[in-house]
Write a protein that binds this ligand. Structure first.
Ligand code: FER
Length: 293
C-alpha cells in the first residue's frame, strides 16, 4: 500500500514536471510556412555612408504588405548573431514569411524592419575567426554606427516616425547583447527592447541598468527570452534576476530549445506581436503559460 502511494506520488510529480516544461505557449504550426494567397511584404537592400566606419555599409529592409509612402511607420531594428551579417535573419529565419503570416492574421502593427550588419568594421563579413577581438569589438562599435549613421539614413529614406516610442531594437545572441546594451543605454532613442538568447557581450546587470527608475519610466517593453537548453542562458537569467530585484517590468520568456533559429523564429513571432501597442506583461505571462506557472 505504502509502495503504491509512493508510486502514484512519483507519477504525479513526473507528469507535473513534464507538463511544466511543455506548457509555455509557442508559435502555432505553420507560422513560418509561406502562404501564397496573402499579401507579401517587400525586401530592399540599402547602402548608407557610415561616418563611424568611414565606408559604405549595407543593410536589408523588410517593408510590410501594402507599404505606402503616404503613411508613417514605426521601425524595428533586428540584429544578427556572431556568425551572421545583414542577411542572416533572411537566410535562416525568414522573418518575411513569419511577419507576412502575422499581417494576414491581423496580429501585427504595420512596421518597417531593418536588418543591419552589426559588425561595424571595414571588413564586416563573417569570415575567418569570427571570435577575433577586433571583430567582437566591432559589435560594440556598432552602437555609434546605428545611432549616428543608420537610424538617420532610414529616417531620410523611408516614411517613418522619428520618436523613441516608434523605435524598437531587438536581436539574437550577440545581437541580443547589443540590443540590451544599446537599448537600455539610450532610453531617449528606443522604447522597445528585446534580447533573444543574449550572448556574453551583454553588460553586467548593474552596468546595463544602473538607474532602474529610468527604465521603469521610459520603456514600453523590455523582453528577455532564451531556450531552456541554451548554454548561454545564465546571461539572460542574471539580467532577469536583477530586473526582478529592482522591480523593472519585463517579460522573461523561457521556451524549449537550444541556441538556434528555431528559438529565434519563435521569439520574433511572439515579440513582434507586442510591438507598438499597449503591452500587458501580466497578460502575456498568463497567455503563454495558460495561467499555470
Ligand atoms: C561567447 C560565446 C558566444 C561570445 C559570443 C557568443 C563574445 C555569441 C554567440 C552568437 O552570437 O550566437 O563567448 O563572446
Amino acid at each position: 500500500m505504502q509502495k503504491n502511494k509512493c508510486f502514484i506520488f512519483l507519477l504525479l510529480l513526473i507528469t507535473g514536471i513534464a507538463k511544466a516544461q511543455t506548457t509555455v505557449k509557442q508559435a502555432p504550426a505553420g507560422f513560418d510556412t509561406f502562404r501564397s494567397g496573402i499579401s507579401h511584404g517587400v525586401i530592399d537592400t540599402i547602402s548608407y555612408d557610415s561616418k563611424t566606419v568611414r565606408v559604405t555599409r549595407r543593410a536589408t529592409v523588410y517593408l510590410p504588405p501594402g507599404f505606402t509612402k503616404n503613411k508613417k511607420y514605426p521601425v524595428l531594428y533586428l540584429l544578427h548573431g556572431i556568425g551572421g551579417d545583414e542577411f542572416e535573419w533572411l537566410n535562416n529565419g525568414h522573418p518575411e514569411i513569419i511577419l507576412d503570416n502575422l499581417y494576414a492574421d491581423g496580429k501585427l502593427e504595420p512596421m518597417i524592419v531593418v536588418l543591419p550588419n552589426g559588425r561595424a568594421m571595414k571588413e564586416d563579413r563573417a569570415t575567418g575567426n569570427i571570435m577575433a577581438p577586433d571583430k567582437v569589438q566591432a559589435f560594440a562599435d556598432f552602437e555609434k554606427d546605428l545611432l549616428n549613421d543608420l537610424v538617420p539614413f532610414i529616417q531620410e529614406k523611408y516614411p517613418v516616425y522619428k520618436d523613441r516610442e516608434h523605435r524598437a531594437l531587438a536581436g539574437l545572441s550577440m545581437g541580443g547583447g547589443q540590443s540590451l546594451n544599446f537599448g537600455l543605454g539610450n532610453p531617449d532613442i528606443f522604447a522597445w527592447v528585446g534580447g533573444f538568447s543574449s550572448a556574453p557581450n551583454t553588460r553586467k546587470p548593474e552596468e546595463l541598468l544602473p538607474n532602474p527608475e529610468l527604465a521603469k519610466r521610459k520603456l514600453k517593453l523590455l523582453w528577455i527570452s532564451c531556450g531552456d537548453h541554451d548554454n548561454l542562458i545564465s546571461f539572460s537569467q542574471r539580467t532577469h534576476d536583477y530586473f526582478v530585484k529592482n522591480n523593472v517590468p519585463h517579460i522573461f520568456y523561457i521556451e524549449p530549445g537550444v541556441h538556434d533559429f528555431r528559438v529565434w523564429k519563435n521569439d520574433l513571432y511572439m515579440f513582434s506581436q507586442l510591438l507598438f501597442k499597449p503591452v500587458d506583461v501580466a497578460k502575456f505571462n498568463n497567455d503563454v503559460t495558460g495561467g499555470s506557472k
